[in-house]
Design a protein around this ligand. Structure first.
Ligand code: T46
Length: 138
């Protein structure tokens, strides 16, 4: 697994009533949490993402259904399938992401290290490459 992203396998507490997963900042989530947002009502014919973040880190969990995420740090690329509420994708800063193939009414939850700030986005791939070259992030 690349140092700029990793799959987190969450422990679930299961009994006859069902399952429970608990995520704590500084524990399963490797940063202080400042924001949570979620994507739902997702159109299977439309992709999302196509950006990187200068500083923001996040953990993505597909709470229902399934989606694919292409992650790219300018050197390595990997396609990751998120298909379980017990699996998280940790993304360091400076990782380009493309999200697609939403299936079975996918609901994607993001647990995030920063408040929303459009200035933190790199929404053009060439700008992303220039940014990581200038900042020696990789
Ligand atoms: C990411 C992927 C997984 C806000 O006003 N507040 C927010 O917290 C967020 C996340 C977005 N917005 C606004 C900005 C845009 O006007 O909502 C609109 C849609 O955002 P965006 O086009 O960035 O959505 P996605 O799904 O392409 O990307 C989002 C996150 O922005 C991004 O950080 O990693 O989900």
């Amino acid at each position: 697994m690349n140092k700029n992203w990793s799959i987190l396998n969450f422990k679930s507490i299961d009994d006859e009533r069902g399952s429970l997963v608990a995520l704590e900042a500084g524990g399963e989530i490797p940063f202080d949490v400042k924001r949570i947002y979620y994507l739902f009502n997702l159109d299977i014919n439309n992709n999302r993402g196509y950006h990187a973040h200068k500083e923001l880190k996040q953990v993505l969990v597909c709470m229902h259904g399934e989606c694919k995420i292409l992650v790219d740090d300018g050197k390595d690329k990997e396609e990751i399938i998120l298909d379980s509420s017990k699996k998280g994708l940790y993304l360091n800063n400076c990782v380009w992401r493309e999200i697609y193939d939403f299936k079975k009414e996918a609901v994607l939850v993001a647990i995030v290290s920063e408040h929303y700030d459009e200035a933190d986005y790199l929404r053009n791939y060439d700008d992303f490459i220039k940014f990581i070259e200038a900042n020696h992030e990789n």
